[in-house]
Every structure is written in structure tokens, then in C-alpha cells.
Design a protein around this ligand. Structure first.
Ligand code: NCD
Length: 358
């Protein structure tokens, strides 16, 4: 058993993501994560277990009796939602997931209202939350902060789990889980996710959802990934290096229409201009050919799906919204169920929910 208490921060941070995985797993050995930090913690078996649990929670929640049963599952736990970057869906769906399971929540969404404003470090703030709560769900502009806190807390007297709800430009593991859940449900009765072609389009350089989802897709057989973006915003080398290492087929391309013709799923993303080095930098890039509208819709196969982590600006035309292949609204709601499944699993309630009589 690999334990965070047996390894120094320097040793831990030098490991590859795959080698970090065992340190982040639940000590009970059921394979589920204790700290959820990046997509590399999930293999296919785990993804299928989480999706099955999400389906189960979704079903149980339909009846009042079932919903009350779920509300009791984690009624003895409290979670802190610490979001020091803007968020609508990720914040609200984690909050709703906690409510489904009966978890009481606290929140800090603006560091200006906490002691960080008085000069307290983020590390100290998070350590403070751990005194009052049983889990920290956190979003931060700082890449690696969630990981550092997971190590710190594991080596403290209150070793509570950390759930990464978005770390800088780096990873967004629970978004990737909901994206996979959406793909699995979309292709459930149509032959599954294996063998599909997924097109990523938009700001692939700075979009953390792309990095996490691209990795999760490598758990499926023969899934081809096509990256469509302006040269300045193309997929980073670390993402394609993983694909090469795993023998996954991929293409780096510039023509969205050509990619849509062969796509089973098109994953649109917004330009992440909050990361611009100079003001207005992104606005100088011609992104006009990287938008999904009526013409692209006409080229998409009848079983194809259009996805977006949201928020969107104008990457998907509003005229696509009512098309049955537009999956972005469902994706949002799927996020609540899969996050409830993950949180229940982190606390060791996977089996009891799966086996309950509802
Ligand atoms: C994404 C994010 O924050 O990384 N949004 C989300 O969590 N649904 C994508 C984005 O902001 O563009």
C-alpha cells in the first residue's frame, strides 16, 4: 500500500501521474480515489463503476423514499467548496451533488472575503478549512495547488480528501468524468464509445477540460482524437505525447467542417482569454473558422453528438440548441449525478448505494 505519509513532497511531486495514482487511492483498497486530482487516476473499470453508480443514484432519487434514503447517506459529513476562480456549473453541480447525499456545505468563492485578504497563504486557508470540514472541493488558478494540499493534509492531523474542481490550465478531472458519462450514455444503445472519433475544437492550448478528457478517452479501444484549432491555440505537446505513448490515433487539424464529417462527437470549447499574457492577445487570433453552426450541423452524422463544457460564447450557434444531437445541456445535469457518485465513493458508500433496495 502506497501512503502519502511514507513519501516526502519532493519525492511525490517528482513522480509521474501514473505513479502518483496509488498514493491517492482510498486506503480501503477498492480502487476508488481518496483525493481526486487528475484524470490519470481513472481506468476503464473505475469509469464504468462510477457511471453505473451515477445511473443508480439518478434512479433512486426519482422517488421521495429513494431521495430521502440518499439524503441520509452522508448526512454526517460536511464539505467546503473553495472556489477562488469563477464558476457556475462546477460549483452548483458539486453543491447539488452534496445536497443529494445530505452533505452540509460551506463556501468561499472570493478570497477577498476570507483571511487571504489579510495576507494568509492559500495553504494556510485550506488547512483552516480542514479543521471544520470533512472534504474540500476546490478550484484554483494555481496549477498543482490541489496536489500540494492533498499531500499537506494527508500528513496533517486532519487528513481529509481534496477534490480538484479545476486547477489552472492543467486539469479538470470531474468535468472529464461527466464528459465520459455523457458519451457513454449517448452511445449506450448505439454500440458504445469504443471505435469512435472525437473532435476537439477551440482553445485546446489552455483548456484544462481538453487535457483531462483526452486522457480519459485513452481508456477506450480505438478512439481517434482530432484536434481542430488555430495554430496559436493548438493542443499542447504533453497531451499528444501521452497519445503517442499509448498508441492512440490522433490528428492535429485546422478544418472543422472536414473533421465534423468524420466525427461521432464534437467537443467545442471557448477561447480561454483570461490566460492572455497581454490584454487583447486572443482577440488578434482569427477564430472565425472554429465555430459550430448550421453548416456544421448539416455535416454531422445522425448519431453524432455536440458537446461543450460551457460557458459558451459564440462557438456553438444558438440555432443548434434544439437539435437532438446537442448534448451540452444534458452534459450539465450529468455532472451533478457523476459528482454525487464520485463523492459517495470517496467516502466508501459505492457498494451500499449499489446494493440498497431502492
Ligand atoms: C470549464 C472550466 O472552467 O475549465 N468550465 C466548466 O468547468 N464547465 C471550461 C471553460 O471555462 O471554458
Amino acid at each position: 500500500m502506497s501512503k502519502m505519509t511514507d513519501i516526502s513532497w519532493d519525492e511525490f511531486s517528482a513522480l509521474s501521474l501514473a505513479d502518483k495514482r496509488p498514493y491517492l487511492a482510498r486506503p480501503e483498497g477498492d480502487g476508488m480515489p481518496y483525493h481526486t486530482l487528475f484524470a490519470q487516476q481513472f481506468d476503464r473499470e473505475l469509469l464504468e463503476r462510477l457511471c453505473a453508480l451515477a445511473n443508480r443514484i439518478r434512479f433512486i432519487n426519482k422517488s421521495k423514499e429513494g431521495a430521502l434514503y440518499l439524503k441520509n447517506v452522508l448526512a454526517h459529513k460536511r464539505a467546503m467548496l473553495y472556489f477562488s476562480q469563477p464558476s457556475s456549473r462546477t460549483f452548483l453541480s458539486h453543491l447539488a451533488a452534496c445536497q443529494i447525499l445530505g452533505i452540509t456545505t460551506g463556501e468561499v468563492r472570493d478570497a477577498a472575503t476570507s483571511s487571504e485578504f489579510k495576507g494568509e497563504s492559500r495553504e494556510d486557508s485550506i488547512r483552516t478549512f480542514s479543521s471544520y470540514f470533512d472534504m474540500i472541493i476546490m478550484r484554483s488558478p494555481e496549477q498543482g495547488l490541489a496536489e500540494k494540499m492533498a499531500w499537506e493534509l494527508s500528513n496533517s492531523s486532519r487528513p481529509i480528501p481534496i477534490l480538484n474542481a479545476g486547477s489552472g490550465k492543467d486539469q479538470h478531472p470531474t468535468q472529464a468524468l461527466l464528459d465520459i458519462y455523457t458519451l457513454i450514455r449517448s452511445f449506450e444503445k448505439k454500440g458504445g464509445v469504443d471505435g469512435r472519433t472525437v473532435v476537439f475544437c477551440g482553445d485546446l492550448k489552455r483548456g484544462r477540460t481538453v487535457r483531462s478528457l483526452s486522457y480519459l478517452l485513452t481508456n477506450f479501444r480505438d478512439v481517434k482524437q482530432i484536434f481542430v484549432a488555430p495554430d496559436e491555440l493548438q493542443v499542447p505537446g504533453d497531451v499528444t505525447a501521452i497519445l503517442r505513448e499509448k498508441g492512440v490515433k490522433y490528428e492535429v487539424a485546422g478544418d472543422l467542417k472536414a473533421a465534423v464529417k468524420v466525427a461521432d462527437a464534437v467537443y467545442m470549447t471557448r477561447i480561454q482569454d483570461e490566460w492572455d499574457n497581454a490584454k487583447g492577445e486572443s482577440a488578434k487570433i482569427d477564430t472565425s473558422r472554429f465555430k459550430f453552426g448550421a453548416e456544421e450541423l448539416a455535416l454531422l452524422g445522425k448519431d453524432g453528438v455536440i458537446m461543450h463544457p460551457l460557458p459558451r460564447r459564440d462557438e456553438i450557434a444558438v440555432c443548434c440548441d434544439r437539435d437532438p444531437r446537442a448534448m451540452y445541456w444534458r452534459q450539465m445535469r450529468n455532472g451533478m449525478w457523476i459528482r454525487a457518485a464520485l463523492i459517495a465513493s470517496v467516502f466508501g458508500f459505492e457498494k451500499s448505494i449499489m446494493d440498497c433496495g431502492y
